[in-house]
Design a protein around this ligand. Structure first.
Ligand code: FES
Length: 348
């Protein structure tokens, strides 16, 4: 009996110039052997300017673990743009992403996406996971959209260990901005071991852990600690737990760039795409290429996963996180955190 891929090749040959994929996509828009896609099944407001999109992925999707993230691609102005988003739904459920409208891609997802729309997706990734084996007590510190992985972690944990001892310290600007506040309250009403503490910065000022944690969570030293949120909250938490000599599990959405916004750039030539573009000194080569519609690989966009590696053919680049300069021809550079320092040519 011919194998499935043989049949696919045969059918594709008969349907040339369109691939079999293209016909199947008409029947089921999630179908593609080239790129995973998902249908948006629900769009739910989660807070002002924030929405949760529930997705039904096509065949080939590997179920996520609580705390992981996924890349989602949408076409903005005719250009395919990819961004990583935390998966906010618990394990075992359809993946959801909870997105704040900030930037082109997020704004399109929040404001212009409707049930039935199709988005491009990649497999779940990330290691902001529940402890294995499962142990409590836990302390989860969330700021802003940092509540999204916490919801996945807590709801998954309580489904497995209904008596788990968990404190969630959730910082938001106002009560209305506290993402998943109602869902956390509902969980706490059913699980005595979950305690939710809110901190509202408009009323109480920015959360400073060193000044407040002993009062808010007196037994914080005895809890495995997780943090996710804005850069300032993560920096504060890292310094605090480091001073205490205790481990901290961190999930970042962005990484601080130290490079001067007015740093001198140059041009970048994407040799394979045949395009030369102005490249400001504070913009990553990935951002410059994407803005021009060049499809480039990316993942975390923070210099961690190395999905965006490209070979430098010529010129020097500046690391946007450390400020250091490199420029060895043949060197693999992370385009998400590298900016032009003069004229640069990439094998891309
Ligand atoms: S996208 Fe992850 S290192 Fe560049």
């Amino acid at each position: 009996m011919p194998k499935a891929n043989t049949l696919t090749r045969l059918a594709s040959a008969l349907t040339y110039p369109l691939r079999l994929d293209d016909f199947l996509a008409v029947i089921d828009p999630r179908h593609s052997s080239r790129q995973l896609r998902a249908v948006v099944t629900k769009v739910t407001p989660a807070a002002p300017g924030v929405a949760t999109l529930t997705l039904r992925p096509g065949r080939g999707w590997l179920p996520h673990m609580a705390g992981q993230w996924m890349r989602v691609g949408v076409d903005v102005g005719g250009v395919r743009q990819w961004r990583p988003f935390t998966i906010s739904s618990p394990e075992g459920e359809a993946p959801s992403i909870t997105v704040g409208a900030a930037g082109d891609v997020s704004t399109k997802l929040v404001n212009d996406t409707r049930p039935g729309d199709v988005v491009f997706i990649d497999q779940p990734e990330g290691d902001f996971l529940l402890p294995a084996p499962l142990t409590t007590p836990l302390l989860l510190v969330a700021g802003g959209t940092g509540a999204t992985p916490m919801y996945a972690l807590i709801s998954t944990l309580l489904a497995r260990l209904p008596d788990a001892d968990v404190v969630l310290l959730q910082a938001s600007r106002t009560p209305q901005d506290a993402i998943f506040a109602a869902e956390f309250a509902a969980l706490a009403s059913r699980h005595e071991g979950l305690k939710v503490i809110h901190w509202h910065s408009r009323e109480s000022g920015r959360l400073k852990l060193a000044a407040s944690i002993d009062t808010l969570v007196p037994d914080w030293r005895d809890r495995a600690a997780y943090v996710c949120g804005p850069t300032s909250l993560i920096a504060d938490a890292e310094a605090f737990w480091s001073d205490a000599g205790l481990p901290l599990t961190v999930e970042r959405f962005t990484i601080p760039r130290i490079v001067d916004p007015d740093a001198v750039g140059g041009t970048v030539t994407f040799a394979r795409a045949g395009q030369t573009l102005d490249a400001p000194g504070a913009s990553s080569l990935l951002e410059v290429g994407e803005r021009a519609g060049i499809e480039l690989p990316s993942g975390c966009r923070m210099g961690i996963c190395r999905t965006c590696l490209k070979t430098l053919k010529d010129g020097q680049v500046r690391d946007l996180v450390t400020g250091s300069l490199t420029g060895e021809p043949g060197e693999h550079i992370r385009t998400c955190v590298s900016a032009a320092a003069g004229d640069v040519t990439l094998d891309a």
